[in-house]
Design a protein around this ligand. Sequence first.
Ligand code: ADP
Ligand code: ASP
Ligand code: MG
Length: 441
Amino acid sequence: MIVMKFGGTSVGSAAMIRRVIEIVTSRQEPIVVVSAVSKVTDLLIQAARAAEKGNHASCLNEIAGIHALILKELGLPQSLLAEQMGLLERLLDNIADSGRLTSMQLDEVCSFGERLSVIIVAAAGSEIGMRAYNAYDLGLVTDENFGSAEVLPEAYGRLKIAFTSIPQGTIPVVTGFLGRTTDGRITTLGRGGSDYSASLIGAAMDSEAVEIWTDVNGIMSADPRIVPGVRTIPEVTFEEASELAYLGAKVLHPKTILPVIRKGIPVIVLNTYEPTAAGTQIVRDAERKDGITAIVRKKGLSIVNVNSERMFLMHGFLHKIFNVFDEHRISVDMVSTSEVNVSVTVDSRSDSGMEEAVRKLGEFSRVSVEDGKASISVVGRGIKRNPDTTARIFATLSAMGINPEMISQGASEINIGLVVEASDADKAVRALHAEFFGGAK
Ligand code: ADP
Ligand code: ASP
Ligand code: MG
């Protein structure tokens, strides 16, 4: 058995869906996991926000139009999606009536992206035995953290029972991204979470491999949209892949590797546009020499500076600071300390708890927040043993007039992180990529 996950662009048109079916046909006992059609999740979020003000009609039309075109080109009846589209419209109307959008409703609205895409893909592949399923009907239970729900341990056992009872010869086409609380409310696993759904199912089913089919040739030495001339990384360890994903390589959701590590199930990142290309193998042990693997960046960060001359390095000070972030579910990326100061980077979008966290920190220190930052991470093997790497990073940035605001070598052996102005991030990535991999700056 093999789990194959296809992302938004891979199911973004009739032609791509036909390719997907061809690729699936080449595998033994596939379980297919799909994302929403490209751009649909963004449009659903927009529709939900517009619905609060009663303005959702045009977004809803756009969503309907995208799916209608794919159905038409596949020669499938428009009636196929009528029920789901009706449910979505009613939900948006209810939000409009109340004038309020809860995080629970936002997840329910988002769920329609994958609920619609599985129906289309399964109908297009009915001849090869495809059938649509909602992952939450197959036991993917989560906590109630809407927008970024965590999977409950019992999900694995439930998924196994549900998949095992699917008749032989059926190829399940399952929603990525979605789960359900134990009392039946739909949740989402965080943006890009279909990769995570696939690896969860892979782990539950002890699959031979989990294939992540996307629109590029595997994990590359930098984001190909930012840097020309990037190359595919043929093989990485679970640890490196997690690190790359966590530090900003969007090609993989950061949690993807977690479910498969213990069982050692390989994850392979492949390109739907070029199915014969080798892509990237993510495995337990990879044969690798020392050197730089990739340059990744993450935008949308803020720096929180916490100052306290009186308290610094006193027993319990750091604990107090991190407790505040923890209580507000704000995850801290990078930390740097000086004699009187602790600076951390946080995701700017964790705005819900941020104000309150800053107020709490202010009770025992001086706090300032700087928005509009990005982190750049140079990831590789043995980079800390090689002082030359750090020198080259600084020389490269300095030549571009970019001054890193924070520097961290991370707890792991495999990255050096810097924080820069978000507006400098892409050119810094290009320059560092050219420095370490060659090519034009
Ligand atoms: P999918 O819809 O298939 O899940 P995503 O858009 O989530 O696809 O992820 C694929 C995209 O990730 C690529 O198109 C690429 O622009 C981006 N990306 C960012 N960093 C990297 C990297 N290091 N290697 C490959 N792709 C990357
Ligand atoms: N459709 C979801 C998103 O756009 C999940 C995914 O694509 O993995 O975030
Ligand atoms: Mg993705």
